[in-house]
Design a protein around this ligand. Structure first.
Ligand code: ATP
Ligand code: MG
Length: 385
């Protein structure tokens, strides 16, 4: 039985344990808040500190990219860490991410690095409004972002950013990446996996919808082969460059027929949760296969599938389970506004059936918790006829 240690003890580690058990993989997680190694599904079971966890495992991986650099170094010296600390650090720092995209000639939004007022003014004159300013480190779910639409608001925006920079502490210097706002048609992401020998498998592109800056719905259905090929080319370029091992997600903006990279995540990703029911092998199993150097599983779409995030709510009507091909995935987390608490996967033999089931689902879920779902489902249904 191979033993895997995941840095981070949240829902992604939990779903790795669920996927790893049938493969006879033992998955434990390092909870960075308690500094303890725990069982992801039953965190009350503790297995010592990080040093012991490193000794007791065969392979180490991460469920998030904002891991403290000294923790990454401690893991890297064991030669058990996949993907590498370099890849994880790149995913956690937008400045490094932009350099990687440049090295791989991957198209992305025009941008400018900002560390002070002079840079801020230069960003505004170099890029055209609207501009989105993003913290280089620690951003997630749209946090640490400022949108500037008009010059009149520039002073206020700078004051917010200046305060944010002044208050940032940490071993790595915080900074800002200013990005031209992209007038995208839609947001797509590609989840894929690479093994150390260079084998790659990618899932179909997934269409993503956000509500209040947080992913709310992802849909996987047969996609335009040209876009799929573009995304696959970027995936290969980035992962080959990093000699990457494991699952990586790339978020894209689609502008006309072109994909621009938004950001990368060096881990299993929320927009890949649909693979649990919609793909031959789910992203969690494929990540484990890759880091344990096992043959990769097929990433084929089995049937059109959507994932609906449950945000800030710890229960939904049991009647949801009466809809065919609906599965619930709770994360066993304490209820908090804006927190990802679980997700619902819905599949259909065709996109029409999937759309009908999404409409049915939306009638059973409270609009306060799922504000855009009914409209999304209706629009998706309308597109099928
Ligand atoms: P998450 O953790 O949810 O992936 P994040 O905090 O890492 O989010 P981004 O993905 O960079 O941040 O941005 C959040 C959202 O803001 C994007 O999904 C997109 O809707 C919007 N956005 C970000 N950058 C741009 C841009 N350059 N042009 C237009 N919209 C953007
Ligand atoms: Mg994002």
């Amino acid at each position: 039985m191979k033993k895997v240690l995941v840095l981070g003890a949240g829902q992604l580690a939990r779903m790795m344990e669920l996927a790893g058990t049938p493969l006879n993989l033992d998955v434990k997680a390092f909870d960075v808040r308690s500094d303890k190694v725990v069982q992801p599904i039953s965190p009350e079971h503790e297995y010592g500190d990080l040093a012991q966890g490193i000794i007791n495992c065969d392979v180490i991986t991460a469920e998030f990219e904002h891991v403290a650099h000294d923790t990454l170094s401690e893991c890297e010296v064991s030669n058990k860490l996949y993907p590498s600390s370099n890849a994880i650090k790149i995913g956690g720092d937008r400045r490094l991410e932009k350099s990687l995209l440049a090295a791989c000639q991957a198209a992305n939004a025009k941008h400018y690095f900002v560390n002070n007022k002079t840079d801020f003014d230069k960003a505004i004159s170099t890029l055209s409004l609207p501009i989105i300013f993003k913290s280089a480190l620690d951003g997630y779910d749209g946090k640490g972002q400022w949108r500037l639409k008009s010059q009149a608001d520039a002073q206020d925006t700078w004051q917010d950013i200046e305060k944010f920079l002044a208050e940032s502490k940490g071993s790595v210097k915080q900074g800002i990446v200013a990005e031209q706002m992209v007038p995208f048609e839609r947001e797509l992401s590609l989840v894929g996996v690479r093994r150390l020998n260079g084998d790659i498998a990618v899932y179909p592109l997934t269409e993503n919808h956000h509500t209040n800056g947080i992913l709310s719905v992802s849909v996987a259905a047969p996609v335009n082969s040209d876009l799929q090929q573009q995304a696959g080319t970027v995936f290969k370029a980035l992962t080959d460059e990093l000699n990457y091992v494991g699952v990586m997600a790339i978020e894209f903006f689609q502008v006309d027929k072109t994909l621009l990279v938004n950001e990368i995540a060096p881990r299993v990703h929320n927009s890949g949760h649909w693979t649990q029911q919609g793909a031959d092998t789910c992203q969690f199993e494929n990540h484990l296969r890759a880091i344990c150097d096992l043959p990769l599983g097929s990433t084929s779409l089995v049937r059109p599938t959507a994932m609906v995030n449950i945000i800030g709510e710890d229960q939904v009507s049991d009647e949801v389970l009466a809809i065919p091909s609906v599965t619930m995935h709770w994360y066993n987390k304490g209820k908090r506004a804006g927190r990802k608490m679980g997700h619902i996967n819905v599949s259909g033999e065709t996109e029409l059936i999937l759309a009908q089931r999404l409409v049915q689902l939306s009638t059973l879920l409270p609009a306060a918790t799922f504000p855009d779902l009914a409209e999304f489902a209706q629009n998706y249904l309308a597109k099928q006829s």
